[in-house]
Every structure is written in structure tokens, then in C-alpha cells.
Design a protein around this ligand. Structure first.
Ligand code: HEC
Length: 107
């Protein structure tokens, strides 16, 4: 009995290991971008931006490193952004958004 229980605990703990957390982050980043950006930008792996002048997020890495967005997202300043609502994210959200954006760039 004892043995079975410790096996279950172990299985539970290892299911919470790093990869699962990273996947949750990516999902959260996607949700935030869908909520805040998708009325102008194509957020996912396919589709065109609703606003033709707004770049699809999957193409951002062709312009500059994704990391360079980190500061802008945290400070609430996305410069050169017409009609852009002022959005500011906490460090967790910024991390999730960056993880998501990295996950959709073509390799
Ligand atoms: C109201 C429409 C609108 C919303 C909402 C919006 N954007 Fe944009 N975004 C644009 C347009 C239009 C451009 C192209 C601007 C340009 O090139 O001058 C742009 C450009 C960008 C760029 C490229 C900037 C560059 O210098 O190349 C990034 C990155 C970006 N947006 C991120 C975001 C993120 C992240 C969100 C959500 C948090 C968001 N945008 C929400 C309209 C929007």
C-alpha cells in the first residue's frame, strides 16, 4: 500500500516538470495576444492580419530578435504603433508572450 502511494506521488511530481510549465506559458501568451492584439495582428501560425499594415506575429523574427520586445511590453510602450491601446504586462505575462512568439517563428 505504502509503495503504491509513493509511486503515485512521484508520478504526479514528475508530470509537473519543466516542459509542462513551459507549454502552459506558451498557451497563456497566446491567450493574452489573442485578447489584446488579434483585432489588428494575425496572432497564430496561419492567416492574415485583420489590419493589412500590422505584421503577422509569426513574421516578427525576420525584423528583429523577439527578445527585443521584452522591454516594450513591460514598460507599456510599443512605439510606432498607430491606434495602439496602452498595454502593460507584468513580468510573468511578458515571459509568456515572448515564449509564445518564439514558438511560432519559422525555424
Ligand atoms: C489597433 C490595431 C493594433 C493593435 C490592437 C495592436 N497592433 Fe501592433 N501594429 C499595428 C500596426 C498598424 C502596426 C504596423 C505599424 C508600423 O509598421 O508602423 C503594428 C506593428 C507592430 C509590431 C512591429 C513594430 C515594428 O516596429 O516593426 C509589433 C511587434 C506589434 N505591432 C506588436 C503588437 C502587440 C504585441 C500587440 C498586442 C499587445 C499589438 N501589436 C496590438 C496595429 C495594432
Amino acid at each position: 500500500m505504502m509503495l503504491i502511494r509513493s509511486f503515485l506521488v512521484l508520478a504526479f511530481v514528475s508530470s509537473m516538470a519543466a516542459p509542462a510549465v513551459a507549454a502552459a506559458d506558451v498557451k497563456k501568451g497566446e491567450a493574452l495576444l489573442t485578447r489584446d492584439c488579434s483585432r489588428c495582428h494575425a496572432v497564430g501560425l496561419t492567416g492574415n492580419s485583420p489590419r493589412p499594415d500590422a505584421p503577422a506575429f509569426r513574421t516578427l523574427a525576420t525584423r528583429y530578435p523577439i527578445e527585443s520586445l521584452e522591454e516594450a511590453l513591460g514598460e507599456g510602450i510599443m512605439s510606432g504603433h498607430p491606434d495602439m491601446p496602452e498595454l502593460k504586462y507584468d513580468a510573468d505575462d511578458v515571459g509568456a508572450i515572448i515564449d509564445y512568439l518564439k514558438s511560432i517563428q519559422p525555424r
